[in-house]
Design a protein around this ligand. Structure first.
Ligand SMILES: O=c1ccn([C@@H]2O[C@H](COP(=O)(O)OP(=O)(O)O)[C@@H](O)[C@H]2O)c(=O)[nH]1
Ligand SMILES: O=C(O)[C@@H](COP(=O)(O)O)O[C@H]1O[C@H](CO)[C@@H](O)[C@H](O)[C@H]1O
Length: 213
């Protein structure tokens, strides 16, 4: 049987992640899984671009903060892999195995999209993902879905909820995969309680607005 090696692209949207992106890129680069790694610096005002630029990646630096949805779409427009993996820039404890868990079911043609669910990392982040698994930023999918995702009328934090609607509308075969011992840095930890809570409510607003649109 002929074995076809599929190219795999990673997209990492990043807004002011200078303290966290290094850990994520260390794993992504050394995992030796990706033929293309795209970091989209979404108008950061810190050293996110400079730090990302030390790695063998393609950097897209947006001139101002356009929101996660736009950052992901910009990454998708530059992708050349047959499989695309989305990973947040603030993950704690990302390993090669986590990435393989996301990618393998697509390579094996078991499904068209995987959604990674945190387990055993941190109680609070685990709980959030249990309540709203469809909001997870960790995914892999076939690149034939990219064009349709780029065309979605989504902004801010509504990319995941838009994907949920797309999955339903198009009947995209989706599989949840458990990602053990991984979590992310919360908004309150990044920005402090007040600003973090404001950003959290902005995120909820984006999601709810899209959902009822
Ligand atoms: O305007 C934004 C907000 C967030 N992000 C990135 O999107 C991912 C998820 O965002 P965030 O960490 O704020 O969400 P959380 O995981 O806290 O829900 C992270 O890599 C962020 O750096 C982005 O590119 N632009
Ligand atoms: O899990 C969640 O409820 C949120 C919020 O995470 P935190 O409360 O900041 O740990 O995080 C996710 O949702 C966002 C919106 O869909 C995604 O963009 C993030 O990637 C995802 O981590």
């Amino acid at each position: 049987m002929r074995c076809v090696i599929l190219r795999i692209s990673a997209i990492i949207p990043a807004f002011n992640e200078e303290g966290r992106i290094e850990g994520v890129l260390d794993t992504i680069v050394t995992a030796n899984i990706f033929s293309q790694i795209i970091v989209v610096d979404d108008g950061s005002t810190d050293n996110t671009s400079q730090i990302a630029g030390r790695y063998p990646i393609e950097l897209i630096a947006l001139p101002y903060n356009k929101g996660k949805a736009e950052a992901v779409k910009q990454g998708l427009s530059a992708c050349n892999g047959e499989i695309i993996v989305l990973l947040d820039a603030d993950l704690i404890g990302l390993t090669k195995e986590h990435i393989l868990h996301l990618v393998k079911p697509i390579q094996n043609k078991e499904t068209e999209m995987t959604i990674g669910i945190f387990k055993g990392g941190r109680l609070l982040t685990d709980m959030a993902q249990k309540i709203a698994p469809n909001l997870s930023g960790q995914r892999a999918f076939n690149s034939y879905l990219a064009e349709e995702i780029i065309m979605m009328d989504t902004s801010g934090y509504s990319i995941e909820v838009a994907l949920k609607k797309l999955i339903r509308k198009r009947g995209i075969k989706t599989k949840w995969v458990i990602l053990q011992n991984i979590s992310h840095v919360t908004k309150e930890e990044k920005l402090g309680f007040l600003k973090g809570t404001q950003w959290r409510f902005k995120m909820y607003r984006d999601i709810i607005k899209y959902w009822f649109n």
